[in-house]
Design a protein around this ligand. Structure first.
Ligand code: NAD
Ligand code: DAU
Length: 357
């Protein structure tokens, strides 16, 4: 069957990627979606069970750092669009092992860019009707003080962690491929996502799972750091709009206008989990455990996404109260998904992580 478009989504077995794959496979039966994922500890094909048999979906297990394989997949499938999410994504892991972050996030993105360039430049129409869309993070902008104004698309890059430094570098490579070779690219920088299928090393699923299992809730430092939370399906919807109507070579910030101090967010999570489990109010507050702060812990991130609203009409659709309720319910209803992930290697990582704290 001929498809109208052939689109690679990298990192589609991860948290955000799985939501993007699902949205595209369901909404665009006329597109073939090729999910390229190495299936690292963070990749999980169970996240895509509901769409894996669809005729417009294909999974390829591969490493984005493998240039020859990337070029072959593009050529074999006549790919005309790339939505690039594959990355090492956890700040704490980047502090322990920065090399892996440079390899995947920098060299992997470069290998994908170069394969895309070689393939598209081999075609008679070259870059016409094509797009390389790179998904990045607000962390590249650095950290805000409490009274600073929000990050805009003009904010100077100032990454602090090995993770954000690697993402900043990959963003620069993407823009360099536009400026040097004329490759049609777009970059978006999004705030903290939450929702179903997030790997439980990240704050929200980790804490929901620990409350259920009566384990300590490790709050870094004083719990005063601020993050701007966006429901993952709203991010996927923004990606859809930007992929189809975004301006080539442009940058869009994506955020929830939804800032929470960690400790206040944690109390909302505790209240919601306790209520849904039928515990008395305040029952799990005693699990809060203040631990040594993350090294170089950025104080505050907050995104100004007015450009995306004004130019392309996107805004978050879900109120935070509704989003967090849906999220907590999902993790409580999907205990097996969680248990499969939190056994084995992850259990060992978690023990190492908190040993001696
Ligand atoms: P994730 O860690 O849940 O998933 C990453 C996926 O990439 C996994 O499926 C993994 O197997 C795959 N992957 C890793 N290395 C690979 C490689 N070398 N080759 C092929 N596949 C590989 O990450 P996420 O939270 O879904 O984030 C996805 C993207 O969005 C990342 O680029 C991240 O920087 C960005 N982002 C995340 C957030 C957030 O809050 N989670 C916010 C803004 C931007
Ligand atoms: O801002 C976007 C970024 O959000 C993404 O680019 C990253 O991929 C994603 O992991 C996320 O980074 P954070 O470091 O903000 O997310 P994390 O869930 O790790 O932590 C959220 C906040 O909670 C942060 O201030 C650290 C704190 N924290 C986290 C964990 C895991 C704790 O206090 N205790 C914890 O155990």
């Amino acid at each position: 069957m001929d498809f109208k478009r052939n689109i690679i989504i990298t990192g589609g077995a991860g948290f955000i990627g799985s939501h993007v794959v699902r949205l595209f496979v369901n909404k665009y039966p006329e597109y073939r979606i090729i999910n390229i994922d190495k299936l690292t500890y963070a990749g999980n094909l169970e996240n895509l069970k509901d769409i894996e048999e669809r005729s417009n979906y294909r999974f390829v297990k591969a490493d984005i750092c493998d240039y020859e394989t990337m070029l072959r997949i593009m050529t074999d499938n006549q790919v005309d669009g790339i939505i690039h999410l594959a990355a090492e994504s956890h700040v704490d892991r980047s502090i322990k092992d920065p090399f892996t972050f440079a390899r995947t996030n920098v060299m992997g993105t470069l290998s994908l860019l170069q394969a895309t360039k070689v393939y598209w430049e081999s075609l008679p129409e070259r870059y016409e009707g094509k797009l390389f869309y790179h998904i990045s993070t607000d962390e590249v902008y650095g950290a805000l003080e409490f009274d600073d104004t929000l990050f805009t698309e003009e904010t100077k890059y100032d990454p602090h962690s090995p993770y954000s430094a690697s993402k900043a570098s990959s963003d620069h490579f993407v823009r360099a491929f536009h400026d040097t070779y004329g490759m049609p690219t777009v970059v978006t920088n999004c705030s903290n996502n939450y929702g179903p299928y997030q790997f439980p090393e990240k704050l929200i699923p980790l804490f929901i799972n620990n409350i259920r299992n009566r384990r300590p809730l490790p709050v870094y430092g004083k719990g005063e750091n601020v993050r701007d939370w966006l429901y993952v399906e709203d991010h996927a919807r923004a990606i859809d709009i930007i992929f189809h109507t975004g301006k080539i070579a442009d940058t869009y910030n994506i955020g929830g206008f939804n800032e929470w101090k960690n400790i206040d967010l944690i109390k909302v999570i505790i209240k919601t989990v306790d209520r849904l489990l039928g515990n008395p109010e305040g029952h799990s507050l005693e699990l809060i455990t203040y631990v040594t702060d993350r090294q170089g812990h950025d104080l505050r991130y907050a995104i100004d996404s007015r450009k995306l609203k004004n130019e392309l009409g996107w805004e978050p659709s879900l109120q935070f109260e509704e989003g967090i309720e849906k999220t907590v319910r999902w993790y409580l209803d999907n205990e097996e998904w969680m248990n499969r992930i939190t056994s084995g290697d992850y259990a060992r990582y978690y023990e190492d992580m908190y040993a001696g704290r």
